[in-house]
Design a protein around this ligand. Structure first.
Ligand code: BGC
Length: 726
């Protein structure tokens, strides 16, 4: 909402100054991912933008939180709010005003390279987490930027591909998370690189102006993704308000990566930061058109004023762009002398939160009773990367932590028995969008890499020998994912499947800990005694793994994505992924994730929502309280404290005209901790959209009749039904 201050400033600004507020420039401090300079004569401050969802990415360390998917696996939006607030505090401590997150694209393709930055295949889970993180970030006076709007569900050809997706599917699956994030008070939204039904998202008038601004009432700033602007007139008239980074890739690179290191008076090209630094090594990562054109960054700087002068972009649109930008600054207290919150970074509370999220997001997929481990068990600790904490995936979300614990450290600290270590197979190297630039002088950001020189000698035999001698074998396996490239498959890379099989054959008390960016294939699952999915756990990797393996904490996680063999997901034709002739066809419609497996009666390996506890729970006495709330009693019937996640799935009556609906849709969920023998009455609030369907003429419609709400522990383990009449 525009204030008197904003209107006064608008009246004082020249057109050139207004244009200056519509695009970024080189950061004078060299700390930010994006920067919009001050207009000093009017006391409008410079504004700094920083990535990203997993931690604050500047040139200095910050807390490296678990991947967003790990957060979602907690099914605990309260935890997400705490995380958002902590990110806000760390952004303040680093003098950053805008946080480029949360990422909330739906998991449509199981091996999308950025799934670790996203939450779920389900829009209700996505929306609740996005809204909570936004609320937390904004509560610290930092601007949250939900991204990437919208239908950016793959990295292959992300800069050009057109998502061919109909309005109903957009409304029911891909847009709700953004709506929730906007309703939670996000000050900005980032448009995606891709096209939607042929039009670039950054110039999509229907989506940016008609839906986001006019229909949803979004009064904040729509910013482009970095170099994600293909036109000036098209984007400005489509509804884009801020072009980022507003400078070329070369200028951005110079402003960020060398900063103080560029000696005075020396040509930057000689330091490897000039033109040739922007030349990417095509062999470093197979980006397959995942990279935008870095020369397009300065379009608004160069051409927007001319377009306004010629009338191609109305003056009123430029005013609207400037008004939105100033209003966001005003609402975040940035127009009255700038920030005064010093924030906090790397505090004991932040470290504890990083560990708590990793623990709560850990999903126990199999357990024949081997877990929790006995304190005095002799452990063979196996895995190619057990000496490395997985602090995240590659790309703009990379965060360099102050501290980290590796699986070796976490397990050795916790174990009373002997711990022997065997890598077994060659290390799985991190991959990163930034690898392509490394030879040209930029530093690797991911910190955990080891050079080939300290690569240990490894063999599966050595791992087998260690497993044979131990009471229990714990095998850590992982994948490697980055922004700008999709994973080749969801199988574990390298020889890790062979390693697990060999170790499991040598010791029937073999536990596998999977650290992956999303779903993973587990061909050996029937041969192992337990399987934990811990995603990318962040800086507390080792401590969190130790806490769960030894039962200090119940594994609180449930799967926010279905695990299945790769070919069984719906995006399994070339047209559906990666697309043909520049178009990816969302022909599966609404049947994404568990909706697909339910509709086709296909058996997932591990269903959406699945995860065991170290204790057992019983559900009873379910009833509908009103037409959007059900209640039930949950009892911990085991002998350990534990965390349960009650899930409510809505099966709506048939829609008229044979309109297909998914068999059931998650309406809500509640996570709770219970002591042994404790029971509690809990209410599950149901999302209205789970009852409804969207049609282009009538908008959202709830069909009259009996909607059956099933309460259960996963999409396939439904225990009680309640009828809700609408
Ligand atoms: C990513 C965004 C990120 C931006 C700035 C882009 O490559 O897609 O998510 O915020 O870079 O680093």
């Amino acid at each position: 909402m525009s204030s008197d201050t904003v209107e006064r400033l608008l009246a004082d600004l020249t057109r050139a100054e207004k244009v200056q507020l519509t695009h970024g420039a080189a950061d004078t401090d060299g700390t930010a991912t994006g920067f919009v300079p001050a207009i000093e004569r009017l006391d409008i401050p410079g504004v700094r933008f920083t990535d990203g969802p997993l931690g604050v990415r500047t040139d200095e360390p910050a807390t490296a939180f678990p991947a967003s998917m790990a957060l979602a696996a907690s099914f605990d939006p309260g935890l997400a709010r705490e995380l958002g607030q902590t990110l806000g505090r760390e952004a303040n401590a680093r003098n950053q005003d805008v946080l480029l997150g949360p990422g909330l694209n739906l998991v449509r393709v199981p091996h999308c390279g950025r799934n670790f930055e996203y939450y779920s295949e389900d829009p209700v889970v996505t929306g609740r987490f996005a809204a909570s993180v936004v609320d937390g970030i904004e509560s610290e006076g930092v601007v949250a930027t939900p991204k990437h709007f919208v239908a950016n569900n793959q990295e292959t050809a992300r800069a050009s591909v057109s998502a061919e997706v109909d309005e109903r599917v957009l409304r029911e699956l891909y847009l709700p998370g953004f709506r929730d994030a906007v309703d939670a008070g996000a000050g900005a939204v980032m448009s995606s690189y891709n096209r939607v039904n042929g039009t670039f998202a950054s110039e999509h008038r229907h989506l940016l102006t008609e839906v986001l601004k006019d229909e949803w009432g979004f009064e904040g700033v729509v910013m482009s993704d970095w170099f994600g602007t293909e036109s000036v007139v098209g984007t400005a008239n489509g509804g884009l308000d801020l072009q980022m980074p507003g400078i070329s890739g070369k200028e951005l690179f110079e402003s960020m990566s060398m900063g103080d290191d560029v000696p005075d008076g020396e040509e930057t090209d000689e330091e490897g930061t000039g033109d040739e630094a922007m030349e990417m090594d095509p062999d470093a990562v197979d980006y397959a058109d995942g990279m935008p054109d870095p020369t397009t960054g300065g379009l608004y700087r160069e051409e927007l004023a001319d377009a306004v002068e010629s009338g191609e972009v109305p003056e009123s649109r430029l005013d609207d762009m400037a008004r939105r930008y100033l209003s966001v600054l005003d609402e975040h207290g940035l127009l009255d002398g700038g920030r005064n919150d010093e924030g906090a970074i790397d505090t004991p509370e932040h470290r504890e939160l990083a560990e708590r999220v990793a623990v709560r997001g850990t999903a126990l997929l199999e357990n024949d009773g081997v877990l929790p481990l006995a304190d005095d068990a002799d452990v063979a600790l196996v895995g190619p990367n057990v000496d490395q904490a997985i602090t995240g995936g590659g790309g703009s979300s990379e965060t360099t932590p102050f501290t980290q614990t590796t699986p070796i450290e976490g397990i050795t600290d916790r174990a009373d028995g002997a711990v022997s270590v065997a890598h077994g197979v060659p290390r799985i190297e991190d991959v990163s969008l930034f690898d392509a630039f490394e030879d040209d002088g930029a530093e690797a950001v991911d910190g955990g890499d080891q050079s080939a020189d300290d690569e240990p000698e490894v063999s599966i035999d050595e791992a087998v020998a260690a497993a044979e001698d131990a009471d229990v074998a714990v095998v850590f396996v992982r994948d490697a994912a980055t922004e700008a490239a999709d994973r080749e498959s969801i199988a574990l890379p390298g020889e890790q499947d062979e390693l697990v099989e060999a170790v499991a054959a040598a010791n029937d008390r073999t536990v596998v800990v999977a650290n992956t960016s999303g779903p993973v294939e587990t061909p050996w699952r029937d041969d192992v005694a337990a399987l934990l999915s811990c995603w990318y756990p962040g800086q507390a990797h080792g401590d969190a793994a130790g806490a769960v393996l030894y039962g200090d904490s119940d594994p609180g996680g449930r799967l926010p994505v279905t695990f299945a063999p790769e070919g069984e997901y719906p995006a399994n034709t070339e047209r559906r992924f990666p697309g043909v002739d520049g178009e990816v066809h969302y022909e599966e419609g609404l049947l994404v994730g568990y909706r697909h497996f339910d509709a086709t009666d296909a058996e997932p390996t591990y269903p959406f929502g699945h995860g065991h506890s170290y204790t057992t729970f019983e559900y009873s006495d379910a009833e509908a309280i009103d037409d959007a709330t059900v209640e039930l009693t949950v009892e911990n019937t085991g002998d350990r404290p534990g965390r349960e996640v009650v899930q409510a799935y809505v099966d709506s009556p048939a829609a008229p005209d044979d309109l297909d609906r998914p068999p059931r849709e998650l309406g809500g969920f509640v996570a709770l901790s219970l002591d042994p023998g404790e029971s509690r009455r809990v209410a599950v609030a149901l999302d209205e959209r789970a009852f409804g369907r969207y049609d282009e003429s009538g908008g959202w419609t709830v069909d009259a009749g009996e909607h059956v709400v099933s309460l259960g522990r996963s999409s396939r383990d439904r225990r009680l039904d309640v009828a809700v009449d609408r």
